[in-house]
Design a protein around this ligand. Structure first.
Ligand code: ADP
Ligand code: MG
Length: 252
């Protein structure tokens, strides 16, 4: 049985999409069928994999109940990695969803066949604790929380953990935290080392050993529509994401 991970943090620009795309690519390249679901109206994961953000069916159609997640999945250029693309219509979904009965379980109800077909499914969430992220957290088995290694790193994490606890109690008792991943770590700065130490002290059990370095190859890759492992297989970013993918898989 496969595992479904939500990649969530209400902060924007912390590395959610980058982590979803690159962990997804590493697992797929290791030979395991993998599904990436873009739930962000900004469509960054869709564009990062050179997919069309106007193609159908997409995540909006899944949330509307028109098609199951498994049936909306399309192959990408990365062998073994399938994608459910987002569309700009997803912005409408965040407004429409709260008005519908059972709106927070729409995605969970569209998951049939997904865990049988894919070893790992990654749900790339938008930067808000709104209806789309709630749908992801209700559908997921585990959450991966990217934390940017900068001064405000801890800010907002307490709120996020409260929300996760609430969803666990009220809607999805299965939900566990897979781990927090420190991203965009600049090893040359004292600040990055201080922030890393502080986050590890606060959440000793939760932080992955792997740290993702700030690496220009990682930020360039989406403009070529490929994961970093394809853009530059030997750069520090590729090595780190490969290590993270192994750590995620090892934690089960
Ligand atoms: P989020 O999905 O949380 O909003 P992104 O994954 O889109 O965050 O990352 C925000 C920006 O930071 C993007 O421009 C991305 O290319 C860049 N970025 C992410 N991780 C790294 C990294 N390890 N090194 C350099 N740039 C990165
Ligand atoms: Mg994103």
């Amino acid at each position: 049985m496969g595992t479904v991970y939500a990649i969530a943090n209400q902060k924007g620009g912390v590395g959610k999409t980058t982590t979803a795309v690159n962990v997804g690519a590493c697992v797929a390249e290791a030979g395991y069928p993998t599904l990436l679901v873009d739930l962000d109206p900004q469509c960054n994961a869709t564009v990062a994999l050179a997919a069309d953000k106007h193609s159908e069916p997409n995540a909006y159609d899944v949330l509307s109940g028109e098609v199951s997640l498994a049936d909306a999945a399309r192959p990408t250029q990365v062998e073994g990695l399938s994608l459910v693309s987002s569309s700009p219509d997803m912005a409408g979904a965040s407004v429409e969803l709260p008005r519908l009965a059972g709106s927070e379980t729409k995605l969970a109800r569209a998951m049939e066949g997904v865990r049988e077909r894919y070893l790992i499914t990654l749900l790339d969430c938008p930067p808000a604790l709104g209806p789309l992220t709630v749908n992801a957290l209700v559908a997921a088995d585990k959450v991966i929380v990217p934390v940017q290694t900068e001064y405000f790193a801890l800010e907002g994490l307490a709120g996020l953990l409260d929300t996760l606890g609430l969803i666990q109690r009220e809607m999805n008792p299965r939900l566990q935290i897979a781990g927090m991943i420190l991203t965009m770590h600049d090893g040359r700065t004292r600040l990055a080392q201080d922030v890393e130490r502080e986050v590890r002290e606060h959440f000793p059990e939760l932080v992955f050993d792997t740290v993702i370095p700030r690496n220009v190859r990682v930020s360039e890759a989406p403009s070529f529509g490929v994961p970093v492992t394809r853009h530059d297989p030997h750069c520090a970013g590729s090595t780190a994401y490969l290590k993270l993918a192994k750590e995620v898989a090892a934690r089960g």
